[in-house]
Design a protein around this ligand. Structure first.
Ligand SMILES: [Zn+2]
Length: 419
């Protein structure tokens, strides 16, 4: 009997020690959690009364602050502090969120949290003297690399196959942008081709917030396997490189509009669909609906913007060195695009239309190299950034690690790599 009691006591002691251990662990987890995310601490410790406002179209900072009962003096001070300390001068509708905190329902606002992104929040606290202190808090993110792969089926587009493989739309758009430097989606895509993407997913507090960068992409194109890897050079610049470390981002794009169907190829001689007689087609035609934005194929300067009978509304860009590109049949030009304007690669310069001599809405795109028209689909385009010897060595090592990770993930698609 006594023995049994002792055993019981020992068991109780063990239980107590275990309970204490669990409690300590929970406290530790809580401390870590609160340290990592100030938001968690606030909601548990002092958020007596919180109202959250999602910034809508037409909202201004002063309007929202006045609605919360702040006076004009406070409104002015807060606007000033937000601008000087956090660089925020305007609110963005459907993006920014503001939290107003009070000690109780009837108390004045004592703290304002402006949240411009899931990764950053600006906290304004009313101090003893009635002034507003401003503090920017960066939210720690936990980034994971995930892997998706797929195959082109009969009658498929890469876009459909990508969706089926579970690649999110934003990542798929980035992949298109990357592959467009190397591939012609019209001619290089066939049933049976396999592709894969390794990309980042960002988490905060165990909850997925958004997708990050494309880390690696591979596509079994007709002309050979296209592979690209994201890599940071020693000087801090980030680029994409092929398996051998050659720059994958080219100074110009073969297909300015992603996923547009080629309706007429470059040729030295063809029968013109409207004029009837045979003449060279100095560019490539891409079918797209009227109003589709036309991105600049590369960074450059606008050297012509006007109208002529054949091209209709057109824009001509000069790129660094020997290349020029021309975009014809536009329905209209993009705002602010004038002769002399500098444009970024991908910046919208105009919109698809059917002006000039044209059978329907499309983009007619030309690449001119040293004054001679070349075939945009086959011309060898220069890379923007190449690696020096040291970086190339680092890249090859990094690529091997990434390839190993990809191989592991391809066997276990639900797993991820913690970055
Ligand atoms: Zn054309």
């Amino acid at each position: 009997m006594k023995k049994a009691k002792d055993i019981l006591n020992t068991t109780n002691l063990t239980r107590m020690v275990m309970a204490l251990a669990i409690l300590l662990t929970l406290v530790a987890i809580f401390l870590v959690a609160t340290k990592r995310t100030p938001a968690a601490m606030r909601t548990t410790a002092q958020a007596e009364c919180k109202s959250v406002v999602m910034v809508a179209s037409g909202d201004t900072l002063s309007k929202l602050l006045l609605e919360q009962g702040l006076n004009h003096n406070d409104v002015n001070t807060i606007a000033k502090v937000l601008k000087s300390d956090a660089g925020i001068s305007t609110l963005r509708a459907d993006n920014d969120k503001i939290e107003f905190l009070r000690d109780d329902d009837d108390a004045p606002v004592s703290k304002i949290v402006v949240i411009p992104s899931p990764w950053r929040q600006v906290e304004l606290t009313c101090n003893e003297s009635g002034a507003w202190d401003c503090k920017t808090v960066d939210i720690e993110r936990d980034t994971r690399a995930v892997y998706r792969n797929g195959e082109i089926l009969d009658g498929d587009s890469f876009y459909l196959a990508g969706q089926r493989a579970g690649i999110p739309a934003g990542i798929l758009a980035d992949v298109y942008d990357l592959l467009a430097f190397e591939m012609d989606f019209e001619r290089d895509v066939r049933a049976g081709q396999k592709f894969s993407v390794l990309y980042e997913e960002n988490f905060s507090d165990g909850k997925k917030i958004d997708n990050g960068h494309v880390l690696a992409v591979s596509f079994e194109a007709l002309r050979g396997n296209v592979q690209m890897y994201r890599f940071r050079k020693s000087d801090g610049t980030i680029g994409y490189y092929d398996a051998d470390g050659n720059g994958a981002i080219k100074s110009l794009k073969r297909t300015p509009i992603n996923n547009a169907k080629v309706t007429s190829n470059f040729s030295r001689k063809r029968k013109h669909p409207v004029l009837g007689y045979t003449r060279a087609h100095k560019g490539v035609d891409f079918r797209a609906s009227t109003g589709t934005p036309i991105p600049a194929a590369g960074a450059g300067r606008v050297v012509a913007r006007g109208y002529n009978r054949g091209h209709g509304n057109y824009v001509k860009l000069r790129h660094n060195g020997s290349y020029e590109t021309l975009y014809a049949h536009m329905s209209r030009f993009a705002k602010g695009v004038n002769v002399g304007t500098t444009v970024r690669q991908g910046q919208t310069i105009g919109y698809v239309g059917s002006t000039g001599i044209s059978t329907g809405p499309h983009l007619h795109y030309e690449i001119i190299k040293n004054g001679v028209h070349v075939n945009p689909m086959t011309v060898k385009l220069p890379a923007i950034s190449n690696l020096d010897k040291t970086d190339k060595k680092k890249f090859i090592e990094y690529r091997k690690i990434l390839d190993d990770g990809i191989e592991q993930l391809s066997k276990n698609p639900t797993a991820y790599i913690q970055l």
